[in-house]
Write a protein that binds this ligand. Structure first.
Ligand code: AKG
Length: 323
């Protein structure tokens, strides 16, 4: 793994106008591009019965290879890669998450341009429903304690550099079988709100679609999950091939609590993994998960969520952008 670290001084000395133009171009690259109707899907339902027992596999960052990633996601739906990013990098990202989320807190405020807030000009026009969709997306994030990375192109560009220096651009290219793209809507800085709201169980494919190839890298920036007192993720640790029914759920893209508890019991039970700062949790659009829910959390949790898609097998509704 690379020794490259992201430090606050590196972020703050970036050319913010150059980063903003670059993010504009990355988004613009996809304005007229449509996904393939027949992508070669990475995850295919096997013909026979799957005897794999449910679990969340874990490996050290030094052991991460394409083969380990591919096998774990194909068999178990996801994998935790321990200690992928250094403490210095995650500390910088916590500061960045605070600054970006705070800068987006008041939709009526005029926020001076900085490394932590300088949204690309075309963010409004790229959304199919323009102002309304951008305002709704921003308000959804404000209410969830999150912000799109693209609100701060310098943070976004620095993250791409961090990922590239950790070999992730190459790994994602190999995993997806083509160059990766990211998404404006599904590249998110998160700072949980306390008390944690009961967020629905969901598979991201319910709103992204399923005729695509994806991989999410969810990076916790502080210790969370399990019984740490900070919300991690609750997961159904198995390979699923279809989107579960939304019957009885809060949203048309979520899955009800009773559906999860009735269906995934005993040996298939829900897991609440414990995460360390700088781990990377990889899973795709069919993985069933939710923000960990308990009423007694006392600690904040920071995270970065980054979805990667194939350059020709992406969800257009999530506003793809070139890497
Ligand atoms: O960070 C969270 O609590 C939610 C993350 C999530 O749902 C995702 O990465 O798809």
């Amino acid at each position: 793994m690379s020794a490259f670290e992201l430090l606050p001084a590196m972020l703050e000395s970036r050319d913010i106008e150059c980063d903003r133009k670059r993010m504009d171009e990355r988004i613009e690259d996809y304005r007229l591009r449509e996904p393939s109707d027949n992508p070669q899907l990475i995850i295919q339902k096997p013909a026979g019965t799957d005897l794999t027992s449910p679990c969340v596999p874990e490996i050290a960052a030094t052991d991460l290879t394409l083969e380990r990633l591919r096998t774990a996601v194909a068999k178990h739906g996801g994998i935790i890669v321990r200690n992928m990013f250094s403490q210095a990098s995650v500390d910088t990202l916590i500061v960045a998450a605070d600054r970006v989320i705070d800068a987006c807190a008041d939709p009526a405020a005029t926020v001076p341009a900085s490394a932590y807030h300088n949204p690309p000009e075309n963010l409004r026009t790229i959304m199919p429903n323009r102002d309304r969709e951008l305002a709704n997306t921003r308000s959804f994030h404000r209410n969830s304690g999150s912000a799109m990375c693209v609100e701060a192109p310098s943070v976004a560009e620095a993250l791409l550099q961090l990922y590239e220096r950790h070999g992730l651009k190459q790994l994602m290219t190999e995993y997806l079988g083509e160059p990766p793209c990211l998404s404006a809507k599904k590249w998110v800085l998160r700072r949980s709100k306390l008390p944690v709201a009961e967020a629905g169980w969901h598979q991201d494919g319910a709103f992204m679609g399923t005729n695509l190839n994806s991989l999410n890298m969810w990076i916790p920036l502080n210790k969370c999950g399990g019984r740490t007192g900070a919300p991690g993720l609750d997961v159904v640790p198995q390979r699923l091939y279809e989107i579960a029914s939304a019957e009885g759920a809060q949203f048309n893209w979520s899955v009800s609590d009773s559906m999860v508890t009735d269906r995934y019991t005993e040996d298939q039970a829900v897991v609440m993994p414990e995460f360390n700062a700088g781990d990377a949790f990889f899973f795709d659009h069919l993985y069933l998960h939710r923000t960990q829910y308990r009423t007694d959390f006392t600690k904040l949790r920071y995270a970065v969520e980054t979805w990667f898609f194939g350059a020709s097998s992406f969800p257009k509704n999530q506003i793809p952008l070139t890497w």
